[in-house]
Design a protein around this ligand. Structure first.
Ligand SMILES: [Fe+2]
Length: 284
């Protein structure tokens, strides 16, 4: 192949990949299911399910048909609880107005909760909190709420920390008054600070932020990753009794393209005995 044909092949190949990533993959969310193994002392949480979506960036490339479909798909998973760990917008908090109308249709018996991402906290975070609250979605800012698993009645706490990049996360404040033997499920937007969570009450951190890379190269993976999201890019990780789940998120940022990295709606299920190993195991 001569140089001219090689150039043509590269040009049309890139054009085709960008078109596919923008028109098809970006608009085709997939369901990811993760099994979260429970330590023996929390076996009563067996069967509890938490659904998550993150990184909507609904001001930048808002896509109402994507969101309407994503909400319907998530509701079809019948989760016990929904946790939305941030980046509702990229920079304009007014984007939450239409997004909140979609999110208000999410259904879960224990409720729908949120924590803030770095972009939310760089914008008018107060306005985002107010708009989500009006949609029936409390935003947990260094705070936690006490819940009970629907079938066993076992107590656990759902907490949310402020963004590690743009806010002031305060775990001590969040966990104040929570007994030593009651587990905490945590929404914390950035995944890499998982390494700083040494408290034995932390059962699971749910994070987003990385978009899984958003545009990935086949056989290579993410091309560019953000600060606080370079170690744990996507999927389930475990360290001792603590678990981390990182969702690729649902929206796009920077360019309206996803490639080899589809948007994700995730369902995490706690199991007293796992029937498969987690995707990645860390050496603590
Ligand atoms: Fe983020």
């Amino acid at each position: 192949m001569n140089r001219r044909n090689l150039f043509r092949l590269g040009f049309y190949g890139s054009l085709g990949a960008a078109g596919y990533g923008s028109l098809i993959e970006r608009r085709t969310p997939v369901i990811e299911r993760a099994i979260c193994r429970l330590p023996g002392r929390h076996a009563a949480l067996d069967g509890l399910t938490v659904a998550t979506m993150s990184d909507f960036h609904h001001d930048e490339f808002h896509d109402n048909s994507l969101m309407a479909g994503a909400v319907e798909t998530l509701n079809g998973l019948n989760p016990d609880l929904v946790l939305l760990p941030g980046d509702f917008i990229s920079r304009d908090e007014r984007g939450v107005d239409t997004l909140a109308d979609h999110l208000a249709r999410l259904r879960a018996p224990l409720g729908v909760f949120a924590s803030l991402g770095n972009h939310d906290q760089w914008a008018d975070a107060g306005a985002i909190v107010r708009r989500l609250s009006r949609a029936g979605i409390p935003v947990l800012r260094n705070a936690a709420t006490r819940l009970r698993a629907p079938r066993s009645g076992a107590v656990f706490h759902l907490g949310g920390l402020e963004s590690a990049w743009a806010g002031h996360p305060d775990f001590a404040r969040l966990a104040r008054g929570i007994p030593r033997d009651e587990p905490i499920v945590l929404g914390w937007h950035e995944p890499d600070p998982f390494d700083t969570l040494a408290d034995p009450r932390v059962l699971l951190q749910v994070a987003g932020h990385t978009h899984g890379g958003q545009v990935c190269a086949p056989l290579w993976g993410a091309i560019k990753l953000p600060r606080h999201g370079r170690k744990y890019v996507a999927g389930l990780f475990e360290r001792g009794d603590a678990r981390l789940y990182v969702t690729r998120g649902i929206g796009s940022m920077g360019v309206p393209v996803r490639f080899c990295c589809p948007p994700e709606i995730s369902l995490i299920e706690f199991r007293a005995t796992a029937d498969r190993q987690p995707e990645k195991t860390l050496n603590a």
